[in-house]
Design a protein around this ligand. Structure first.
Ligand SMILES: *Cc1c(COP(=O)(O)O)cnc(C)c1O
Length: 414
């Protein structure tokens, strides 16, 4: 097939049906197609308004089209886009200084997604252990129901077999243990383990925060066995829980931290942060990526970091989180047949469905969307909320009002 590109092809009308015709069907997107957005306000092709409590899965944490980010990106777009890894660039140097200044880490590696950040972390852990202890120390321990990305390595480390089925053979030496289970961790973390990876708040797995004692014990077990502790903060990092990174809430420092999603507020960028001692395992030529840390992404991420990492901003995230929790707890109290409990941290929250509504998170999401409220799900039994961190009290109240209307409708037809 060698069809000539018709000049009308790039401007012809498109709709949700176009997705079914020409996209690889890896997703089942909503019926409405968003076209523009500002802050937490979003409009679809029919100019219907939505209040966005998804942030594109915890990505646009400063809201859509944040003016400071637009200004910074526009300026950089007129200055320098890309130079390749044969050169470094000023924005990426500034970003690395800022991230290492703000965290336990001494060094950063930049890439384009959460999966790539985790891929780098797992490769670093294997390489470091290989060099220091030999090839026998190669096992990676991860948690059931965890999510670490969709490359073959990261999907295998992730704890959901539905994402690996049919993609075998999988990379070996990867074991899974139940989350928050200290005894299981003690049994699994032996001398042949090179890394233990955990989400301090499991996101896709149902919005489940780690117990303090669990992360404390993982730190102890890793120190005892020489395994590296990796925190996947792709979803719970960048201020989402009211701390720049959620490890700061727990006061347990990892050896490697991965970050992506909100780091670029929608401009693709991921980062792996680590210490001097570990970083040298990835010497010149051992790992890389074409776009990682390009000047555009680094410029946006630096501004995002500046805006989020202030005591006042983070305190407001905690305050707003408490207000959303109060709103959701009222829903649980008023609709006990629908909702059973609220869990999560900061502005990453899960509304767990009651037995009678088990398996119906998608129905609630759709009902809310019909009322103009965008919500996420985290599996069939949990409605997930991740509004932009700049959400106002009025928007929280409005979300509660819309959710109530949606649930009333759903109960009536049930
Ligand atoms: C989204 C997510 C990833 C994967 O990030 P991508 O950018 O989609 O590759 C990894 N880990 C966690 C915890 C995530 O939430």
């Amino acid at each position: 097939m060698n069809a000539k590109l018709d000049s009308t092809v790039t401007t012809r009308p498109v709709s949700r049906q176009t997705f079914d015709a020409v996209l690889v069907p890896t997703y089942a997107p909503a019926a409405m197609v968003p076209v523009r957005a500002s802050g937490l306000d979003l409009w679809d092709q029919n100019d219907k308004h939505y209040l966005d409590f998804t942030s594109g899965i915890a990505v646009t944490s400063l809201g859509h089209a944040h003016p400071v980010l637009v200004e910074a990106l526009t300026r950089q777009m007129n200055t320098l886009w890309h130079v390749g890894n044969g050169y470094t660039n000023e924005p990426v140097l500034r970003l690395a200084l800022a991230l290492t200044d703000a965290t336990f880490a001494d060094r950063a590696f930049f890439c384009n997604s959460g999966a790539e950040a985790n891929e780098a972390a797992f490769k670093l852990a294997r390489k470091y252990a290989h060099a220091k202890f030999g090839p026998a120390k190669s096992r990676i321990i991860s948690c059931l129901n965890s999510f670490h990305g969709r490359t073959l390595f990261t999907v295998t480390v992730g704890g959901q077999t539905k994402y690996t089925e049919g993609f075998e053979p999988l990379p070996p030496q990867i074991d899974h243990i139940p989350y928050n289970d200290i005894e299981a961790a003690r049994a699994a973390i032996r001398d042949d383990v090179c890394a233990v990876v955990v989400e301090p708040v499991q996101g896709e797995g149902g919005v489940v925060p780690a117990d303090q004692a669990y992360l404390d014990e993982l730190r102890v077990l890793c120190d005892k066995t020489g395994a590296l502790l990796i925190f996947d903060e792709v979803q719970c990092g960048m201020g989402r829980t009211g701390a720049l990174f959620s490890y700061m809430n727990y006061k347990v420092a990892p050896d490697i931290l991965t970050c992506a999603k909100a780091l670029g507020n929608g401009y693709p960028i991921g980062a792996m942060l680590t210490t001097n001692e570990l970083a040298i395992a990835l010497s010149v030529g051992t790992h890389g990526t074409t776009f990682g840390g390009n000047p555009l992404a680094a410029t946006v991420a630096l501004k995002v970091l500046e805006l989020i990492n202030t005591p006042a901003f983070l305190a407001r995230v905690k305050e707003a989180g408490a207000k959303v929790v109060a709103m959701l707890q009222q829903m649980v109290a008023d609709y006990p047949q629908v909702f059973s409990l609220v869990r999560g941290s900061g502005l990453l929250l899960g509304l767990v469905l009651a037995d009678a509504f088990k398996g119906r998170s998608k129905d609630i999401q759709k009902a809310a969307e019909a009322e103009g409220l965008m919500l996420l799900i985290a599996g069939p039994d949990v409605v997930r909320l991740a509004p932009a961190l700049i959400v106002s009290d009025e928007q929280i109240a409005e979300a509660g009002r819309l959710l109530r209307i949606a649930v009333d409708r759903l109960i009536k037809v049930a």
